[in-house]
Design a protein. Structure first.
Lengths: 66, 807
């Protein structure tokens, strides 16, 4: 029966992982704009990467501030 | 026919905006442009290798006004103002977000997100298409805010910088919290169900140890569930009780509390398995319902006030030198300069120039009014024509319009999304449930006190009106989606319920039942010969007055070019010229004939343009607003069971026409000031009428805010709409009766779902009073009742909408 206990704990861990992923997705604003990304993904990718990186760093800086 | 088609194909289309080009003179290589503005935008994009813009969507540009007055944005040099506008600023990095109304396609998104190719000072740019917002991060040292705005304006994406921008705080997204709550409730729902499987399958006592662990795990999982996902209901119930009101959340909160504590008790003392699975399912569905109900129309704003339309700054002349000043700092006596198409932000006296003021923003009337130096011009008017200079006589906050807005706006209690019907039922429902629970408990008391307590809590648990509380959000949420698809946008679901109770309909005239910018023109007097028509046509074609344009349109194409000389136009009077040696005059009666027009009828207030040829009085063009299509049908449908009123700021000129449409002459009210309109609505309210008001301009704002339901008619959603409960697209005006009927049906669907959910309650309670409520019974009954009610509510509204052609 102790197998079940282990399995339960595993399943809870996996489920919590998904919960955390969901909460992170909401927090990072993925549920705020549900339309634009669908258009953006169709553009050919020539945006240079340094910009994205800068952007991320900047967002981090921001969230630390708030 | 064939020839025509060929001609069509040969038509030159602007490479930028897709409009027809008047000539082929503006071109770059093989690309033609309709105007210099479009060409300029193309050149900027070309230079920066952004021509991909033209390949994502066909002809993505909007006819742009890329040339703007050089000092237009000079107010953005004001450091204090800039500080207020920026969302964030630290070191050399700053961030700002703008609403850009002209954003309309995926090319726009691409271009605006690639701004860094034009100027590397942009660190990032991000578009939220539905909200038409652009968030820009830029390097302050390399580009100023003014330059940012000027760059955007030069490529045809002028940001909207209005007075309220500096006051607007970034809205905390309520939805985000709701998503968290749903996530947690969903997580708890799934996992507690999993942990309850031994209970569902009645696995034998030998696994009791495991059951204990499962129980405690369930409690741990349900802690955030109860205290976070359920907090809104508990708080709302508490608030309701403190105001001595039993709202729908009271029985819900009762159910939630008893579910939680009884389960904890049962698990802790190992007397049972508890009902935590039911609790999780319940909260999951309830929060989902709230998400469904929170349908908002992103691009619409129902809370706009005058500040959303006033400019942020205005040109001021001090000792002959022009500079810009934020309008909040405008003082009495300041001299301001208003250019073509600019809004007058404060009450002012005209002292230089010829003003032609379009008050459509305020009254809905789009024909400009002439003003001469010395006259007062109220805030909210838009100057059409050359620049004028005015002297401010009242500060912005003291202006007629602003005061009207601020003083008369009675803060209505925010009923956001709270269902009145559900609350009403709850008032009887809650005492009834408590009564049943008590009686059942008293009955069991004779036998066993433990069973009595169990029965008491069981009744409260199973009676938790989850399905009842879900029927309104899902029905009404679906209803506002369907109405929104039909371009009738409602602020929230409570409005659908309110629409159902309407017994009085009040219309504003100009811009509401008449089409703004559309006129019916007829000629009264001696019939004009075709030659005379040509003469008049040639005259009005040369004038820029809007009435001339309308008459020119009415007279149609001019076939021959006539010799025109001595053309002159006297503002506010008329226009004259010598054409083919004949002296033609058109304008006001005193202008056309100095000693009055012969058949001039006094007391007639219609707009007329008189015409004379060589001193012979010919007659006049009668210009009337044209009524919206389907008005007669709409009124005759509405008057069957509703009172109909009309309040207008206009004179009685149209009275005879209106009587044809409106049944009761006594309910037609003319010459009403905005304050009159407001008090008229208040009077109706006092005689306990439920008023549905239709209006459009800012002069209706007070009346709209005070009516039971205020709806704005809008020609386009970016156009002005005062604060209101709903926005109706003008093209759907004739379908209004259909919409009202649909609101009524939706309400009936809610009532039917109430009955269904009450039936579930009866079943549940009858089991509970017998002391037979088992966790598995609750775990089945509660989700089943919720899901079936939700399905019924959404499917039946969609079905009915489809049958009525609304979907």
């Amino acid at each position: 029966m102790s197998v079940i206990a282990v399995l339960i704990i595993c399943s809870l861990l996996v489920a919590s992982g998904f919960l955390i992923a969901f909460l992170w997705a909401v927090r990072s604003g993925q549920y705020e704009d549900k339309y634009t990304p669908s258009v953006r993904i169709l553009f050919d990718d020539d945006v240079n990467e340094t910009n994205d990186k800068l952007n991320n760093d900047f967002d981090k800086l921001n969230s630390e501030k708030s | 026919m064939l020839k025509q088609e060929i001609l069509q194909n040969e038509k030159i289309i602007c490479y930028h905006c897709g409009d027809d080009c008047p000539s082929d003179s503006i071109r770059i290589e093989d690309k033609y442009f309709c105007c210099e503005g479009c060409k300029l935008v193309y050149e900027i994009l070309e230079e920066n290798q952004l021509c991909k813009y033209y390949s994502i969507e066909d002809k993505p540009g909007l006819k742009s006004n890329a040339f703007f007055h050089k000092e237009k944005y000079s107010y953005l040099d004001d450091t204090e103002l800039v500080k207020q506008l920026l969302d964030f600023s630290e070191g050399e990095i700053a961030r700002v977000s703008f609403v850009i109304p002209s954003m309309h396609c995926s090319s726009c998104i691409w271009l605006l997100e690639n701004l860094h190719k034009i100027d590397p000072a942009f660190v990032s740019s991000r578009v939220d298409f539905l909200n038409k917002t652009l968030t820009l991060t830029f390097n302050k040292n390399n580009i100023s805010l003014r330059q940012v705005v000027e760059l955007l304006a030069s490529i045809g994406y002028e940001p909207e910088i209005k007075y309220d921008l500096i006051e607007k705080k970034r809205k905390v997204d309520v939805n985000k919290k709701l998503y968290y709550k749903i996530g947690i409730a969903g997580f708890a729902f799934g996992n507690i169900m999993l942990l309850s499987f031994p209970e569902y399958l009645a696995i034998d006592e030998s696994s009791l140890g495991l059951k204990g662990i499962f129980g405690w795990l369930s409690i741990i999982i349900s802690l955030p569930l109860f205290f976070y996902s359920g907090s809104d209901y508990l708080i709302s119930a508490y608030k309701g009780l403190r105001r001595r009101m039993i709202n729908i959340d009271v029985p819900l909160a009762l159910g939630i509390i008893f579910l939680f504590f009884r389960s904890v008790y049962e698990i802790a003392f190992q007397v049972g398995a508890g009902y935590l699975d039911s609790l999780a399912g319940l909260l999951f569905f309830m929060n989902l319902g709230r998400l469904f109900q929170n349908k908002t129309f992103e691009t619409l704003n129902f809370e706009r006030d005058y500040k959303s339309f006033f400019p942020l700054a205005v040109s001021v002349k001090v000792k002959g030198i022009e500079s810009t000043l934020p309008i909040s700092r405008l003082k009495n006596g300041d001299k301001i300069v208003i250019r073509n198409n600019e809004l007058i932000p404060a009450d002012a006296v005209l002292y230089l120039g010829e003003a032609s003021i379009d008050y459509s923003f305020v009254t809905g009337e789009s024909l400009p009014v002439k003003k001469n130096p010395g006259e007062i011009i109220y805030a909210g008017g838009r100057q059409i024509g050359s620049a004028v200079e005015l002297e401010v006589i009242k500060e912005v906050s003291q202006s007629y319009l602003t005061r009207l807005w601020n003083e008369n706006k009675i803060k209505r209690e925010e009923e956001h999304g709270v269902s009145m019907l559900a609350n009403k039922i709850s008032r009887y429902f809650t005492p009834a449930i408590l009564f049943i629970a008590l009686v059942a408990a008293l009955y069991w008391m004779q036998y066993d006190i433990r069973t009595a307590v169990n029965v008491f809590t069981a009744v409260l648990i199973i009676a938790c009106p989850c399905a009842l509380a879900l029927s309104t959000p899902f029905t009404m949420g679906n209803a506002i989606r369907i109405l929104g698809k039909n371009k009738f946008y409602l602020k929230n679901t409570a409005i659908v319920e309110k629409l159902n109770k309407i017994d009085t309909v009040v219309f504003d005239k100009t811009g509401t039942i008449t089409q703004s910018g559309e006129f019916e023109i007829s000629f009264v007097g001696t019939e004009l010969s075709s030659n005379e028509k040509e003469l008049v046509k040639s005259l009005v074609k040369n004038s820029t007055h809007p009435l001339s344009l309308k008459i020119s349109e009415y007279l149609g194409e001019c076939s021959s070019t006539l010799n025109i000389s001595n053309f002159s136009e006297i503002p506010g009077e008329g226009t004259q010229a010598v054409i083919d040696n004949k002296r033609i005059k058109a304008g006001s009666s005193s202008f056309v004939a100095s000693n009055g027009f012969v058949n001039e009828t006094r007391g007639d207030f219609n707009t007329k343009v008189y015409v004379s040829i060589d001193g012979t009085q010919k007659g006049y063009f009668l210009i009337k607003n044209s009524y919206r299509e389907g008005l007669d049908l709409l009124i005759s449908e509405l008057k069957k069971d509703k009172e109909i009123h009309l309040i207008t700021g206009d004179n009685e000129g149209e009275k005879e026409n209106l009587i044809k449409y409106f049944p009761d002459e006594g309910k037609l009210n003319f010459r009403q000031t905005p304050v009159d309109k407001l008090s008229y609505i208040n009077q109706l309210n006092e005689s306990s009428k439920k008023v549905l008001m239709f209006g459009d301009g800012l002069n209706d704002a007070g009346a709209l805010a005070n009516s039971y339901v205020g709806v704005t008619i809008s020609e386009s959603s970016s156009y002005f709409s005062p604060a209101c409960d709903g926005i109706l697209d003008a093209s759907r005006f004739s379908q209004l009766v259909k919409f009202l009927k649909f609101a009524k049906t939706s309400n009936n669907i809610v009532i039917i779902s109430f009955i269904i959910s009450l039936m579930y309650n009866v079943i549940g309670i009858s089991v509970a009073v017998q002391g037979l409520l088992s966790p598995i019974f609750a775990a089945i009954l509660m989700p089943v009742s919720s899901v079936s009610v939700v399905l019924f509510a959404t499917l039946s509204t969609s079905f009915i909408a489809k049958r009525r052609g609304l979907l």
